[in-house]
Design a protein around this ligand. Structure first.
Ligand SMILES: Nc1ncnc2c1ncn2[C@@H]1O[C@H](COP(=O)(O)OP(=O)(O)OP(=O)(O)O)[C@@H](O)[C@H]1O
Ligand SMILES: Nc1ncnc2c1ncn2[C@@H]1O[C@H](COP(=O)(O)OP(=O)(O)OP(=O)(O)O)[C@@H](O)[C@H]1O
Length: 539
């Protein structure tokens, strides 16, 4: 259905091609999962299928990509719209209408579908993606995950033969991600739709994949094959595969269920009862650096926070979890003064955020926003880093050093706009981390990040916490929360409904439990399991 013939892509001014030697066919009616490290060229490859590369991105496309027999070089994206539905990494950037319902109908209108069909499909899609309550909402008044759902819905209504999705669950809560993947799988099975999607959180998707397409690194030719076989040699792997490798299981499990069936022997080798595997929380100091008390915040017509009580302590890392639209970003925004409370109070380091001058606030708190573009304004990576050092009174080279530690291979002269998603997020992280604020707020800090980059971020945040910094991260990444957070708080419809040590909170809920905890409770991570096995037990 999708054929690549000797495909390569080189962006202007780049010393190396972003993609080369792609020569393969994605079979019709299968779900093909594209995996690979940050910056390996996944979005570029997807762009050659949707026609965005090179028509919108510039650069040179070599070779030939055909979709349902149409050459994507000679057909512009618009001329492919009836066969290919595309959702990019920045769905909001591509919205063309104002409200949820209009956006769902737009693609069908452009194709001239009869009104009765449009009506029916809009209703179906609203239900399928849990958007019915939001149907009349302005797109600008949606949370990040709500926007991503609308973007996915807007291509589903067209019933294209091929779906090309770039990290389609990156902003979705765990439940919504499962629903979207189940919908995609149903399209593949029932309608024979061909789905090509990239994803970093393999624990969410690998079990749905018929094929895996692995891009091992920048410019390296891809490999297409059976998911279990490719996971055995992939540089990026979900925890369940790492656990299988640790235990020496063959074939490797791809699902929690497979692993659980194999785990009896491993369970016996683990010390019983296992030590509490919680990352040792720093004892909370007596005084909180930030507090919210009976905090109510309205966003447009909706109260986004409804009486939030929260105290954050030096040395503590807290994960803030909860469904899309629960109010996580609003809470982080309130702590940096973006939203004034309707009632109740917020204090950060003795300041009232929304009444403080940015100059004062910046010494106390830093936020990496959900969309890193909101933070980046320079023309090149090097300038962005130099400005960050100046703004933070940091030693020149601090930000650039952090960037290099987090992710190798980012070009100094590149415009931040042209970075891959993971590269851009890493740049935003480095900019904020360079300032070493006492309170560090991170909104979904792992979009586009591969496992290795995530592990390095974990190291940096742990070191900061050990130095007495406070970290609050809003995330849907249950593996990250289990690995990193001392404490987890859960928001639901603007209220904190759980708040406690991470193991207690995540073990109490299948939604927030990481893979390892589902296989070998109460262990939370593969690293915990490895540590608990006696040295001679380790392969
Ligand atoms: N428009 C562009 N101009 C110049 N370089 C680009 C452009 N888009 C991407 N690149 C570069 O091409 C390489 C591959 O980027 P791409 O976005 O395809 O990676 P990716 O695998 O999707 O990464 P991620 O997992 O972070 O989303 C990166 O080094 C990136 O900086
Ligand atoms: N700009 C806005 N104007 C009006 N309402 C908004 C706006 N942004 C968000 N909302 C609404 O406020 C509520 C809380 O949104 P918020 O972005 O804080 O949620 P979230 O928990 O961060 O969600 P996600 O996980 O999807 O990012 C949601 O109902 C959302 O639709």
């Amino acid at each position: 259905m999708i054929t690549f013939e000797q495909v390569g892509v080189r962006y202007a001014d780049a010393s190396e091609p972003a993609l080369r030697g792609v020569d393969l066919t994605v079979p019709e009616g299968e779900l093909c999962l594209l995996v690979g490290p940050s910056g390996a060229g996944k979005s570029t490859l997807l762009g050659t299928v949707s026609g965005l590369v090179p028509h919108f991105t510039g650069g040179v496309l070599e070779g030939r990509v055909t979709v349902a027999g149409r050459d994507t070089r000679t057909h512009r994206p618009r001329e492919l719209a009836d066969v290919v539905g595309t959702v990019g990494q920045d769905p909001a950037g591509h919205f063309v209408t104002d409200t949820v319902e209009e956006e769902l109908a737009y693609g069908m209108e452009s194709l001239g579908l009869p009104p009765a069909v449009m009506r029916r499909r809009v209703e179906e899609t609203l239900d399928l993606l849990g958007l019915a309550e939001l149907r009349g909402r302005a797109l600008s008044a949606l949370s990040g995950g709500q926007r991503q759902r609308v973007a996915i819905g807007s291509v589903l209504t067209v019933h294209p033969k091929v779906l090309v999705l770039d990290e389609p669950t990156s902003a979705l809560d765990p439940g919504a991600a499962e629903e979207v993947l189940a919908v995609l799988q149903r399209l593949v099975h029932d309608l024979g739709t061909t789905v090509l999607l990239s994803e970093h959180r393999l624990e969410r998707v690998v079990q749905y994949a018929d094929q895996v397409l692995l891009l091992p690194g920048p410019g390296e030719p891809p490999v297409l094959g059976d998911p279990a076989e490719l996971m055995a040699r992939s540089p990026v792997r979900p925890p369940v595969v790492d656990l299988g490798r640790l235990a020496g299981w063959d074939p490797l499990p791809l699902t929690v269920r497979d692993a659980r069936r194999r785990a009896a022997a491993l369970r016996e080798r683990l010390p019983a009862p296992p030590d509490p595997p919680a990352p040792a929380a720093a004892p909370p100091a007596a005084t909180a650096i930030a507090t919210a008390s009976r905090l109510v915040v309205a966003r447009g017509p909706v109260p986004a926070l409804r009486g939030v009580e929260l105290a954050l302590f030096p040395g503590e890392i807290t994960a803030l979890m909860g469904r899309n639209g629960a109010g996580k970003s609003t809470l982080l925004g309130s702590l940096v003064g973006l939203h004034a409370p309707a009632s109740g109070t917020v204090r950060v380091n003795g300041l009232v955020p929304h009444k403080s001058r940015p100059k004062d606030l910046i010494r106390s708190v830093g936020l990496v926003p959900q969309d890193p573009r909101d933070l980046l304004y320079a023309e090149t990576v090097a300038e962005e880093c130099a400005a960050a050092d100046r703004d933070a009174d940091a030693e020149p080279g601090t930000c650039r050093g952090l960037l290099a530690t987090l992710l190798a291979g980012i070009d100094d002269e590149r415009h931040p706009r042209d970075l891959s998603e993971g590269q851009r997020l890493t740049l935003a992280l480095a900019v904020v981390l360079a300032a070493r604020p006492p309170l560090l707020l991170l909104d979904e800090p792992t979009r586009g990040l591969d496992y290795a980059a995530k592990a390095r971020l974990v190291d940096i945040l742990r070191t900061l916490a050990a130095d007495g910094h406070t970290v609050l991260l809003a995330t849907h990444d249950v593996e990250l929360a289990a690995e990193l957070a001392h404490r987890t708080a859960v928001l639901a419809e603007g209220e904190i409904v759980a708040d406690g040590p991470t193991p207690d909170v995540v073990l109490a809920s299948p939604t927030f439990a990481p893979q390892t905890a589902k296989i070998l409770p109460p262990y939370l991570t593969v690293a915990d399991v490895a540590k608990a096995l006696t040295p001679q037990d380790q392969p």
